[in-house]
Structure formats: C-alpha cells, structure tokens
Design a protein around this ligand. Structure first.
Ligand code: IMP
Length: 419
C-alpha cells in the first residue's frame, strides 16, 4: 500500500506526465487534485504523443481509476473534448471519476481573464488563457458553479442567472442566459456518469490498501502562496494541497516525489534568476523541444537552479527526486548549476520570498565540464559518462535530496533507477 504524491519542483513542465505514466503501471488510481486545463502533461508511447489537460495521466493504462478531485477547476467542454479525443485513439476512459464539488470554468472566466491581462499591460501574468484564475477567484468569492450544479436544472438556472447578472454589471459582459443554460445542462448530462464523491472514493481505496498516485500540475514556483507571486497560477501546487484538493488527511500520505528537469524552464512572465538569454538558451529550447503543451509558446530556458530545488524540498517535504531530460545537456561543453544567489552584496542560499529580491538576485554558479556524449541510449545509471554522474551528484548535494529516477529520452518508456 502506498499513497504517493508527485509534484513539480520548478515552474511546471518538468515531465510529470511521463513520470506518472511510468509509475502508474503499479498503481490502482491516479488522482488530480488542483489546476485545470492550463496543465499539459505529455506522454509519448512509441510513435504516439498524448497530451493530457484534465484527465489524469494514468488514463493510458487500462483498469486504472482516473480521479479528478474537488480542487481541480473543470472546463466541461475541454474535458469532454479530451475524453472524445482519447476515445477516438482507442483509449476507453471508462474509469474516470469526477468530483461533484469541483468548480466549473465558464466562458466568462476566459473573457474576464482576457480583459484583466490587457489591463495589467506590462505587468501581465502571461497566463494560459484557460480562465483558471477567474474560476478560482469565483470559488473563493463563493459565487462559483460546481460540477454537481450542472446536474440540477433549478440550481443551475439560479446560479447561472446570478453570475451572468454579476458580470454584466461589473464588466458589461452580455451572454445569452438561454443558450448558456442549455449548453451547460447538456454538459451535465454528458458528464453525469462520471460524477461521484471522490473524497469518499479515494478514502475507500486507501482502506482497501490500494496504491494511489496524486498527480500535481504546474510546479512549486507557480504555487499561489509559495511561488513567485503574482507570476503564479491560482492554485496551491505544492504537495500539501492534496489534502484539501481531494478530502484526505495529511497522515495518509506516504511519500512525496519531486520532479525536476535537468535544467530550468519557465513559460509566461515573471522572475527567473538562471535564465539564459542567447545561444545556449536556444540550444536547450531546440534540443528539449521547449514549447508549451497547452499554448505552444516558446519556453524560457536556463541553468539548473539548486536554490529552487532546496526550496522545493522544504515546502513539499520531498523524499526523493526524479530528474528528467538529462540528454538535452549532452552537447554542452560547459554546464552551470546555481548554488546560491547574490543579493545586496550577500550570498543567500534560501529562496527569498519577495518579488523585488527575485528580480535583483544574481545567481552564483558552480561550473563544470559537460560530458559531450550521447546519454539517450544508456540503460543503467552506471553506464552514464562520469561527468553526467558528477552533475547528478552536484544536484543532490545542492538540493539536499537523492535522485532516484532519471529520464534520458522522450521515446523511452522506462526511467533509469538509481541506487
Ligand atoms: P494560468 O495558470 O493559466 O493562470 O497561468 C498562470 C501562470 O502559470 C503563467 O505563467 C502560465 O504560463 C503558468 N502555467 C500554468 N499552467 C502551466 C503548466 O502546466 N506548465 C507551465 N506553466 C504553467
């Protein structure tokens, strides 16, 4: 029996989807607990590429329960399209369970986000434009619609008319009630068979000693409380968020696994101390195919940041780390790892908590020789070039966490086990 939480340790896009798919071979259920269709979890199987936005990455494996908890914000249109697209590729998706308490992303959320991003002008967040922020804002402001509301005509009519009136008053948004009401009732009818009490389900699975993976979306530095606020997403992305996002107690979590890319990327605006502007950044982007799975935007690329990893170990209580995309660094003659920041003439080792500091921090690097060898075909950790092993050791030392699994090529299903 084990209840494992998998979270991103950087700004998302660490390769969590692939890690979860690999680990899900041995589990009974994969559970999403936060985020929405802003997430883009890519899994490559043979020559086929699957991108998951709302459906948990375990869907590719038959008989795994795929559970979407109350902490997720669900765009029903996106979810139904994703289900249909998977079905059209021969994936059954008959083990999907959706919390009735999950909040709904409505069309006006996307519109509000567009208006607010425009208003922010140079301070824009650079969101995925999926309406995630406004949907969570409505949830916290206690005027959101929930999945269960789509199943009850009377409740839907009352909540929807209130919401449309509200947004007309605030932003002059003019939606047809009748059209939206019919559309969302239809979504409710289509989703009904998946709707359940997911807290009860997950707790029952735990009582039956089943193995469960809780699949985080985005990454630690995008956490609304612990990330680079305001350049963050609107949910808690750290491991502790599992409890509220599903309805389980913290005592039930057995292990927390972090996922880190062997370098760093970020999509959207906001501070990024180890960003590389120039040729090496482009090499990383091209070799690592660093373009957003949800929006197609080019990701900003930079050196591995050990300060961030140390922070992620702390706020997530990481037990172990999975390092992904090591092979992307194969052609670099010199490689840098950030081991501290220089801030106001002092060297700091802990991630600062205020925006000004992130913008003023200068990374302090340890530089090492690259390995200049192809690692993509390596089958065992011991076969890695010595310099590559040294690089991994350095990450472990700086971060204060052991690397247990390693990915070296996107088409390889297996991850290498270390230790
Ligand atoms: P939102 O989540 O769409 O509101 O976007 C807020 C910030 O989080 C933006 O910088 C996005 O680029 C970033 N973001 C949201 N989801 C992901 C993801 O899955 N991977 C990487 N960045 C993300």
């Amino acid at each position: 029996m084990s209840n494992l939480v998998v979270v991103g340790t950087q700004w998302g896009d660490e390769g969590k989807g692939r890690v979860v798919d690999f680990l899900s071979k041995k589990v009974d259920a994969v559970v999403r607990f936060q985020g929405g269709s802003n997430a883009g979890h890519t899994v490559v199987v043979g020559s086929e590429k699957f991108v998951f936005h709302l459906v948990p990455s375990g869907a590719l494996r038959a008989r795994k329960k795929c559970i979407v908890g109350n902490g997720v914000v669900v765009d029903p249109q996106d979810l139904l399209e994703e289900i249909k697209s998977l079905q059209s590729r021969g994936i059954k998706v008959d083990n999907l369970y959706l919390s009735g308490s999950a909040h709904i992303v409505m069309p006006y959320h996307r519109k509000i986000e567009e208006i607010e991003e425009k208003r922010r002008d140079k301070q824009k967040i650079g969101t995925t434009r999926r309406g995630i922020g406004p949907a969570y804002a409505d949830k916290i402001a206690r005027k959101g619609l929930r999945v269960a509301d789509l199943l009850d005509k009377k409740v839907l009519a009352q909540k929807l008319s209130m919401a449309l009136k509200f947004w007309k008053d605030v932003y002059g948004l003019d939606y047809s009630f009748d059209k939206m009401f019919e559309e969302y009732l239809k979504y409710g009818r289509e989703l009904k068979k998946y709707v359940t009490d997911t807290s009860l389900l997950v707790n029952q699975l735990m009582q039956e000693n089943k193995n469960i993976i809780f699949e985080g979306a985005q990454g630690t530095l995008l956490d609304v409380d612990h990330g680079t606020y305001p350049y963050v997403t609107s949910s808690n992305t750290i491991s502790g968020s599992v409890c509220a996002g599903i309805g389980i107690g913290p005592t039930k979590i057995d292990k927390v696994l972090g996922v880190a890319k062997a370098y760093t990327t970020r999509v959207g605006e906001g501070p990024f101390p180890t960003e590389i502007r120039g040729k090496i950044g482009e090499i990383l982007r091209e070799r690592g195919k660093e373009y957003g799975a949800t929006t197609g935007r080019a990701r900003r690329c930079g050196w591995f940041d050990g300060v961030i990893l140390r922070y992620a170990v702390r706020v997530n209580g990481l037990d172990e780390l999975v390092l992904t995309k090591l092979d992307v660094l194969d052609k670099l003659e010199r490689i840098k790892i950030c081991v501290g920041y220089k801030y106001k003439e002092k060297i700091i080792e802990d991630f600062p908590f205020q925006l000004n500091a992130w913008e003023e921090c200068e990374p302090v690097y340890k530089e090492m020789e690259g390995w200049m060898k192809d690692t993509s075909k390596v089958n065992r950790y011991e076969e890695l070039p010595e310099q590559a092993r040294k690089y991994i050791n350095m990450i472990e030392r700086v971060g204060g966490v052991f690397v247990r699994l390693l990915s070296v090529a996107p088409e390889r299903e297996e991850l290498l086990t270390i230790g």
